[in-house]
Structure formats: C-alpha cells, structure tokens
Design a binder for this molecule. Structure first.
Ligand code: MF3
Ligand code: CO
Ligand code: CO
Length: 267
C-alpha cells in the first residue's frame, strides 16, 4: 500500500483519532497496578472505546499469514517484545508492560503505546523504559520535510546502542491514515541520508522496540502473534503517530495524560 499524503481535513481526522487513542491509555493508567490481569485491561479498553464511539483496529485484524488478532489492544509484558495477547495472568510488582492501542474514528486510525511500570520495578527495568522513551523522541524530534527515514532510524539506533541496548529489526513503524499499516516502513535503525524523503502531509508511527540484551526475537507459543526476546531479556516500546508539517512535526497521539517530551527536545 503506497504513501498517502493528508490534506487539511485528513490531518484533522488524524488529530482526532490520535487523541482518542491516547485517551484510551489515559483511561487505563490508574488501573495498571499489581493484581490486574491483561484481560481486565482489554475489557476496560473496550469499554472506553465504546464510550468514545471508536472501534478497535486490532480486534479481528488479520494481515496475510496471521490468524485474526483476538483483542482490543496488545499487552506485552517483560520479555514480550510486541503483539502480546491479553490473558488471565495477573500483573505483579516489578513487571513492565507495553499497552498498545489503535482506534478507528470516522475512518481514520490513531496508534500509540506506552510502557507501564507495575508497582516498584528494578533500576534496570526503569532505565530500559526511560531510554526507550527517549529513543522514540530522538526519532520524532528529527522529523521535518527533506529529512530521510534513514536519518530517523540512525538517530534511534545510535541513541539506544550508546546506552547499551539493542534495537529490534523485525518490526517497524509504519505509515497510517485510513488504513492501519501503510507505506512507508519506518525502521528504527539505519544509515543517514538513505530511504524515503519526508514530505508535508505524511503521517506515520515511530515505535522503537528496544531490548536490554540481544536484539534477536522469536515467536512464542502457537498463538501466531506473541513475539519475545530470544535471550529472555526485557524489552520495551513506546509509540506515537506523527504528522510531517511544513516546518517540522506534530505529534498526533497526545492527550492530557501523555508524558512530556524529554528535556533534550527543543533544547
Ligand atoms: N498496534 C501495533 C502497531 O503499532 C499493531 C498491532 S497488530 C495486532 O503497529 F493485531 F497485533 F494488534
Ligand atoms: Co504502530
Ligand atoms: Co501500535
């Protein structure tokens, strides 16, 4: 599917969908504590989307070669890299969990994820979550017309690796609009000056998956979705949907509960 450039009404549609996706995460935040199951989180998200009048983009989502995804969001705990399916196991103190929400509003898609720390977590887990957040912003802050996707990937990779972590290669960010996954692919590693040149009106996600150990991943179990680190090291991910503007970027998936950008952004 090719790159789509959004006109003014399209940008407005993407702004609303993006905010609504982020507001689902806001709604879930006070509930993510020891004892809650990821299925409970899924149920709460479905409730929230119902109130919003949005539709989950993940429920029933079936790219070719995959079984239909069975839940309203993804919950990826500890060494789960992405696409974790909500289950009946309770979260416990010390867990880290990525909650990834994609909603459809008025035909437009908004896609965002955050890390949640369950109770008190280890210093190592905290650092992984923080470095991954900053890695996402290292990519976002470089978005503007004329920059290439290789510049974005390079910035993310350099930052993650200089902090002693590794970047997952098998999954990437993506164009987004009236479809969940559009071109271009947004790799979280790369070489400066390579790949697609950014132009105003493009909307895509930046969603680095960063591992505490080696970068290798594998499928887990037989659900057709769950991806884990091969070495069982912790993995973290954050995701925003961004718009390329005439002069830079606009983050579309912001809401009252979004954490602020790191101090190095605009500093
Ligand atoms: N939200 C994920 C992304 O950021 C995709 C999840 S697909 C699912 O691209 F089917 F696993 F939900
Ligand atoms: Co995405
Ligand atoms: Co997502």
């Amino acid at each position: 599917m090719s790159i789509t450039y959004k006109d003014a009404p399209g940008v407005q549609g993407m702004r609303v969908a993006g905010r609504l996706a982020s507001e689902v995460l806001d709604y879930l935040t006070p509930h993510i504590k020891p004892g809650i199951t990821t299925k409970d989180i899924d149920r709460l998200a479905a409730e929230c989307m119902k109130i919003q009048g949005t539709i989950s983009a993940t429920l029933g989502y079936q790219p070719s070669g995959y079984p239909p995804y069975p839940a309203s969001l993804c919950t990826s705990v500890n060494h789960v890299v992405c696409h974790g399916i909500p289950n009946d196991k309770a979260l416990k103190k010390g867990d880290i969990v990525n909650v990834d929400v994609t909603v459809i509003n008025d035909g437009w898609y908004g896609d965002t994820s955050r890390m949640f720390m369950v109770g008190e977590v280890s210093i190592a887990a905290k650092r992984l979550c923080a470095v991954t957040y900053d890695a996402m912003w290292q990519g976002i802050m470089r978005v503007k017309p004329g920059v290439r996707l290789g510049d974005i990937g390079f910035a993310i990779q350099k930052f993650a690796e200089s902090n002693g972590f590794s970047v997952v290669r098998e999954f990437c960010g993506h164009g987004i609009g009236r479809n969940f996954h559009e071109d271009p692919q947004v790799l979280h590693y790369g070489k400066p000056g390579t790949l697609e040149e950014l132009k105003p009106g493009m909307t895509f996600t930046i969603e680095p998956m960063i591992n505490a150990g080696r970068r290798d991943v594998k499928e887990f179990g037989n659900d057709g979705w769950t991806i884990v680190t091969k070495d069982h090291s912790l993995s973290a991910q954050w995701e925003h949907t961004v718009l390329v503007t005439e002069s830079g970027y606009e983050v579309l998936t912001l809401s009252a509960g979004s954490p602020p950008p790191p101090p190095f952004v605009n500093a």
